[in-house]
Design a protein around this ligand. Sequence first.
Ligand code: UDP
Length: 227
Amino acid sequence: MRNDNREWDEIRKMEMRVGVLKNANGSSFVRMGKTFGVAAVYGPKSLYPKFLQNFDRAILRCFYSMTPFSVMDRKRPGPDRRSTEISKVIKESLYPAVFLENFSRTSIDIFVHIEQADAGTRCVGINAASLALADAGIPMRDLVTACACGVIDGNIALDLTGDEEKITDCDLALACMPRNKQISLLQMDGNIESELVNNIIKMLLNGCDKIYEKQKEALKHKYEVNE
Ligand code: UDP
C-alpha cells in the first residue's frame, strides 16, 4: 500500500467536466488527486500574420502555465524552460489525433492552466486539452489520454503524488489514443531496469483505459445535462 492507501496500480481520484468556460470554443476541468487545472481551446480561426499559415492544414499551438500559488514554493509567473517543454510535449502528444488537414490556413490554440500541482501536471494538461478539443467539436481520431508512473522500492507505482515523485527512481509519462493503443508521448526522467519497461508500459496503458472512460463520461454528461 502507498502513503495515500492506494494500490500500486490505482489512479488518483479523478474529476472531469467540459464546457466550464463561457467564452472559449471548448474547455474542460480535470482533477487527478490534488493536481488540477483547466484547458481552453480557441479556434480553428484565421491565422495572422499570414506567413505563419499552413496552406494544407491547421497549426496547433499550446500554451501551458502554472499559477504562482499552485505549488508550496511560489512559482515565478510567466514562461520558463519547463513550461516551454511541457507546452511542446502536450502539443506533440495531441498532434496525431487531430484532423488538422480539415482546417487549412487556421490555428487551433490550446491554453492549459494548472491551478494546483501535486505531480503529473503534464498528464492532467494532456487529458484536459484533449477533452477541450472534443468539447470544441474539433474532429479527432480519438481522445488522447495520459498518465505517468514511477518505481518505488522496486514496485511500479501508477500516477505518482508529489511526495512519491521525490522518492521515485524514475518518472515515466505516456500519452496514447486508447482505442488502438497508439502511443504519442513516452518521456522519462531518471533510470529504470530494462526488464521493468514492458510491465510499466502495460500498467500505463491500463491506467489510460480508466482515464479514457472518465473522459468519455464527462463528454456524455454535458449532453445529458443539456437535453
Ligand atoms: N513543481 C514545483 N515547482 C515548480 C515546478 C514543479 O513544486 O516550479 C512540482 C509540481 O508538483 C509538479 C512536480 O514538481 O507537478 C513535477 O514536475 P515535473 O516537471 O516533473 O512535471 P509534471 O510531473 O508536473 O508533469
